[in-house]
Ligand binder design. Structure first.
Ligand SMILES: [Fe+2]
Ligand SMILES: [Fe+2]
Length: 246
């Protein structure tokens, strides 16, 4: 390596460090959706602290969201910075094309829902039947998940057959109206996740719960995390691009 090239690399590294430092300093004034789009590891912190970075991602800054949840914004910003250093390998989807995002959403998130939700509904029905006489039994969970699954199936079909092809067309600004409709449906998914927590005592299995019951709640927690990441990529990156272009 020539001396000039070495100096260039050092300057570039220094620039990257400065940008990261600036980002950490300004986190509390940025929206959760913006932070999640540019620092992928931040979503782990948001999930741990029950901060809504998907449906409400564009509505409040980290400061405002933390105040609402009784959390210290500076401590959460530090947690995000630490998580980002530990997981710098995570894909920054905000830097990828619409085509890459759509493929990833269909192949990872839509396929994951189609694989995981029907067995969760069966497990919920089994737990409700076998443990019907226990106080903590999640009565009505299977019926609730069944309704959510119908909504999700119809929603994914609309995205795959109508909206995503529009987003991949040269004039993606025409997608604004269907995007707004999908944003409303995402709000409904968010309410369904809250209802799931209400029905399951915040996904805490009782001490005497059987393995199926525990696996059901672990699966529902994973469903919640995956659905929030999924909606985040759509709301805060893919759909936001279409709205900004319209
Ligand atoms: Fe989707
Ligand atoms: Fe969606």
């Amino acid at each position: 390596m020539t001396n000039g090239a070495g100096v260039g690399i050092r300057r570039f590294s220094c620039l990257v460090r400065n940008v990261l430092f600036e980002m950490a300093m300004n986190l509390t004034n940025r929206t959760l959706g913006d932070i999640a789009a540019t620092i992928p590891a931040s979503t782990r912190v948001f999930l741990r602290n029950r901060l809504d970075f998907c449906c409400k991602g564009q509505r409040s800054t980290l400061s405002e969201a933390c105040r609402e949840r009784g959390l210290e914004a500076a401590a959460i910003a530090d947690e995000i910075t630490r998580e980002a250093h530990q997981h710098s390998e995570l894909e920054v989807w905000a830097q990828r094309s619409n085509a890459d995002l759509v493929s990833h959403i269909i192949e990872h998130f839509h396929a994951g829902l189609r694989r995981d939700v029907p067995p969760l509904i069966e497990a919920a029905a089994r737990v409700e039947r076998v443990h019907a006489n226990k106080d903590a039994v999640p009565s009505g969970l299977a019926a609730h998940l069944d309704i959510l699954w119908r909504e999700l199936s119809a929603h994914m079909a609309k995205e795959e057959t109508i909206l995503f092809p529009l987003l991949l067309a040269p004039d993606s600004g025409r997608a604004a109206a269907p995007v707004r409709r999908m944003l409303e449906e995402h709000e409904s998914h968010g309410r369904a996740l809250e209802r799931t927590r209400d029905l399951t005592g915040d996904l805490e299995a009782p001490a005497n719960a059987c393995a199926t019951w525990r696996a059901l709640y672990d699966g529902l927690e994973n469903l919640e995390a995956q659905l929030m990441e999924h909606v985040h990529l759509e709301n805060n990156i893919l759909f936001l691009r279409a709205l900004e272009a319209s």
